[in-house]
Design a protein around this ligand. Structure first.
Ligand code: GRF
Length: 206
């Protein structure tokens, strides 16, 4: 199986997936890491591990919906040049057009730092703290046209502790992300994930 990972910045989830694939010798290769930002820190890590990288800079495309469509079309062209079986969004901070998400239906995963369906969108940790939530966590899901709404693959939970701020809570959740996202990607490449009636059913592993 061929995996393309999309990032926008730090890329610590991408790094966790690259390391897990190598350590556990999945039946998969990381075909490329693609960023919409030329200065994404994660690109250097990918290059130093011999992984092909590409940049599709969203700023090079026009404003508004036409710009979004043009960006997604170019991104799709670049992704498909690597012939992936799976596209992994790892801190990829772009809203995607319905045509793009349809093209990768049931073969694109995202990780979101909340317990979906709570707190879609941005600033999840701040909002969880402000709501007085006692638990938060992260969700891996298939990507659909509606932001942070696709079929849920995996969730993991952390306590929100008294005195937590955005930084301390996000650090606790991120640790969890680095364990759960590689597992979920591995399930996909091993053919363990089936979607039935919009819900993921996990088939038995080997
Ligand atoms: C993670 O918290 C992820 O859940 C969210 O953006 C952050 C990306 O971090 N979508 P990194 O780039 O993987 O380090």
């Amino acid at each position: 199986k061929r995996i393309v990972i999309l990032i926008s910045g730090r890329g610590s989830n991408m790094e966790a997936i690259v390391r897990a694939r190598a350590a556990e010798q999945w039946p998969a290769e990381i075909a490329a890491v693609i960023s919409n930002r030329p200065d994404a820190a994660g690109l250097a890590f990918a290059q130093s591990h011999g992984i092909a990288t590409a940049v599709v800079d969203h700023k090079a495309f026009g404003p508004g919906q036409p710009g979004r469509e043009a960006f997604d079309a170019e991104l799709q062209r670049v992704i498909d040049g690597f012939a992936p079986d799976l596209v992994v969004l790892a801190g990829f901070m772009r809203i995607l057009t319905p045509g793009f998400t349809a093209h990768y239906a049931e073969c694109m995963l995202n990780i979101h730092p909340s317990l979906l369906p709570a707190f879609t969108g941005l600033h999840t940790h701040k909002r969880a703290i402000e709501m007085g939530c006692k638990f938060s966590g992260a969700t891996v899901h298939f990507v659909t046209a509606e932001l942070d709404h696709g079929a849920i693959v995996a969730q993991a939970v952390v306590p929100v502790q008294p005195g937590d701020d955005e930084a301390s809570l996000s650090a606790r959740v991120l640790k969890l992300e680095h364990r759960m996202y590689p597992s979920a990607v591995r399930w996909f490449v091993e053919g363990q994930l089936a979607i039935e009636n919009g819900v993921v059913r996990q088939l038995a592993g080997e």
